[in-house]
Design a protein around this ligand. Structure first.
Ligand code: MN
Length: 216
């Protein structure tokens, strides 16, 4: 007899590019307000440092899957982000292209009341991701872009991050023990905006890869 009282859910995974191996997702950390122009478009104070929030591991939407339009929002937003994947010893394993899907209307209401963001950020399928490209010694610095139905929405440079990838690892390490399977969404440049059912989202980061999904 199984020792488990209810069925165990499958381990969320992300494919590793150029390999048939899978990256098992342990935890998803996200950095908020890590690009100055996005911090301004969200009404943030220029002196506020970036900060962390999280999504559950099973919020991952693997490559090739459609994103269901979530319940309880009328303002679903896209945020294209470089994702750092953590491997053995808490060291960098690789990078992926991710989208931090956000119920912007709920986030605005929670901000106004000083309430937690979980329902605005950590909903089912809220973390689309590409295959993970193994770390080759070079931290991406180049173009990060997203289009919706072929129309450019976000177009920035990873080099403009306020906290660099190295600094994010240091800051996260002050708050959590980074373990194999952890993913860190490192923040989005300006140009976030709404998605509706039927939209085709294409994102890319120079030197990392591309992701594409449909909102259904
Ligand atoms: Mn974000």
């Amino acid at each position: 007899m199984s020792p488990f009282a209810v069925p165990i859910r499958p381990q969320p995974t992300v494919p590793v590019a150029g390999s048939d191996r899978l990256f098992p997702v342990r935890r998803i950390l996200c950095v908020g307000r890590n690009y100055a122009a996005h911090r301004r478009e969200m009404g943030g104070d220029d002196r506020d440092p970036p900060f962390f929030f999280s999504k559950p591991a099973d919020a991952i939407l693997p490559p090739g899957m459609d994103a269901p339009y979530p319940t309880a929002t009328r303002d679903l937003h896209h945020e294209i982000e470089l994702v750092a994947a953590i491997g053995e010893g808490g060291r960098l394993f690789g990078f992926a292209v991710g989208v931090d899907l956000t119920r912007r209307d709920l986030q605005a209401a929670f901000k106004a009341k000083g309430q937690p963001w979980d329902a605005a950020k950590g909903f089912d399928a809220s973390a689309p991701i590409s295959a993970i490209r193994p770390f080759d010694g070079t931290i991406p610095q180049g173009r990060i872009s997203l289009s919706v139905n072929g129309e450019a929405r976000q177009d920035g440079a990873v080099a403009d991050m306020i906290w660099s990838v190295e600094e994010i690892l240091v800051e996260a390490g002050k708050l959590w023990a980074l373990e194999p399977g952890d993913l860190i969404y490192t923040g989005t440049p300006e140009g976030v905006g709404p998605l509706v059912r039927g939209d085709r989202v294409d994102g890319a980061i120079e030197g990392v890869g591309a992701l594409s999904f449909k909102v259904v």
